[in-house]
Design a protein around this ligand. Structure first.
Ligand SMILES: [Zn+2]
Length: 490
């Protein structure tokens, strides 16, 4: 016990001494000795030493000294210098990224830091969330395209790799991502351990520079056994989804059933990614058209055409929000103030291409707003149809919104101010000349959460401009956020 404590005290003293020698000593030789000693200690797992080295990196100008800690290769994951390659956005991060941006780095030094960074990825076999994303960011900053591609390519073939950690930091390097897609196309067998994971990553993260080649280059040229693998993978996902959905519906059916109510279940039949991929085989045109007048009116307003099927269901079963309110018995005051359109009066489900209108809530809210049920139903129908058209309506090239990207507008927050502004704005333009509807819409607007009320600032903008921005967002030319939308227009 005693000797342990002594050791601790001793090393604390030693560390303070080294700290002073490294940070406050004009003698270069002394500083060099101190940094060597501290590097050794950090590599053996001493956290304090790593922090002192980090302080030094920030203020030291002499390149011979500040490069020292990177010259010793790490040998275990215990090495505290791993925090130098951590992602800079992490709390208490010791990331060297901000320091690298400030420093003038020679090619020799680059080589040393690259080797150091790669070693950590190798040590954790590319699956540690603390190390891999940050290390990849550093590499993508320091190395050239070929070196970066070769390194990534190597790891994409290994069992242990976490694909998301490796690829996500490369979102700003479309040239690398494109090379990866083409490599998958040319030699899928080489990536067989990770093929589905990589493929799925590209569909979950649709980028303007990759989505098209995923469909046209990779999918259309893929050997049929790989196509089958992909189909099987997404069919399994949809079956899991159906079971969940079925279970949910049955549970509510047995609990909330009213006399005479019939159980109606709509099931998605195909995973949207698969639908999208197979669209390429048919020249990107899909199934039948079911015209709903609200859908058609919105489509015509914004100049898009609807080719895909959108289902619409009216249900008397309570919406999710009502269920939650009932469960908490909070129906009366606080929550009762708002009448949010989505999830309470109606809802659009992009994965199922389905509009659902919650008639019980529409009836109750019509009473509260002193409007007719039919009028309120119609307003909600327009709003949800607008979401469907933004998603599925096709432009002059026959293209619509990739479902993954559609869900990620405004970074995926719910409700998304941009989605709600577009839906409300389109609703407004469809009904502005119908006095009953516009009156109801204005009344309803007073009970909406903020995200649903921004549309008023854009009513004077020609719809053709809104359409152009929407097309730009779908193509990835314009950032899919409300802030950007507002900046462009106001
Ligand atoms: Zn909405």
């Amino acid at each position: 016990m005693l000797s342990l404590r002594n050791e601790g005290v001793l090393s604390m003293n030693e560390i303070n001494y080294l700290r002073d020698k490294l940070l406050n000593n004009p003698d270069k030789g002394e500083r060099l000795k101190a940094v060597e000693e501290l590097t050794k200690m950090a590599s053996e797992g001493n956290k304090e030493s790593a922090k002192i080295i980090y302080e030094m990196l920030n203020k030291e100008d002499d390149p011979e000294i500040w490069i020292k800690p990177f010259e010793v290769p790490p040998e275990s994951e215990k090495d505290e210098r791993k925090y130098f390659v951590e992602d800079e956005s992490n709390f208490y991060s010791l990331s060297i990224m901000p320091i690298l941006r400030k420093k003038n780095i020679s090619n020799d030094q680059k080589t040393i830091i690259i080797k150091f960074t790669k070693s950590f990825i190798e040590l954790c076999e590319a699956h540690d969330w603390v190390i891999v994303p940050g290390a990849m960011t550093i590499l993508s900053y320091l190395t050239d395209e070929d070196d970066l591609f070769n390194f990534v390519d190597l790891w994409l073939k290994k069992e242990t790799t976490n694909i998301n950690y490796i690829l996500s930091p490369l979102k700003h390097h479309p040239e690398i991502l494109q090379r990866i897609i083409l490599a998958l196309r040319d030699n899928p067998d080489e990536y067989k351990l990770k093929f589905l994971e990589i493929f799925d990553w590209f569909l979950i993260n649709p980028l303007p520079d990759t989505t098209e080649i995923i469909g046209k280059e990779l999918w259309l040229n893929l050997p049929s056994r790989y196509k089958e693998l992909v189909r099987f993978y997404y069919n399994k996902k949809i079956i899991d989804h159906i079971y969940e959905h079925l279970f949910d519906e049955l549970e509510h059916y047995s609990r909330d059933r009213e006399f005479g109510e019939i159980l109606t279940i709509t099931l998605p039949t195909k995973h949207p990614y698969l639908e999208w991929l197979e669209g390429f085989e048919r020249g990107a045109v899909t199934s039948s058209i079911t015209p709903y007048s609200a859908l058609q009116m919105v489509a015509e307003k914004i100049g898009l055409y609807l080719k895909d099927e959108v289902k619409q269901i009216e249900t008397n079963k309570p919406s999710h929000i009502t269920r939650r309110r009932l469960e908490r018995e909070l129906q009366r005051e606080e929550d009762g103030e708002l009448i949010p359109i989505d999830k309470y009066l109606g809802e659009y489900f992009p994965d199922d291409q389905l509009v659902r209108l919650y008639m019980t809530e529409i009836r109750n809210s019509a009473k509260r707003l002193n409007v007719s049920v039919e009028v309120l139903r119609r307003v909600v129908e327009f709003h949800e149809s607008a979401h469907a058209i933004i998603h599925l309506g096709r432009d002059a090239e026959g293209k619509n919104f990739n479902t993954g990207a559609f869900k990620m507008v405004d970074g995926g927050i719910d409700p998304s101010p941009l989605h709600e502004t577009l839906a409300q704005l389109l609703t407004y333009h469809c009904i502005k000349d119908i006095p009953e509807l516009i009156e109801c819409f204005e009344k309803l607007n007073k009970f909406q959460p903020n995200a649903y009320r921004n549309w008023k600032n854009f009513t004077h903008i020609p719809l053709e401009r809104i359409r152009n921005i929407l097309i730009g967002i779908r193509q990835g030319r314009i950032e899919a956020s409300f802030d950007m939308f507002e900046r462009i227009l106001i």
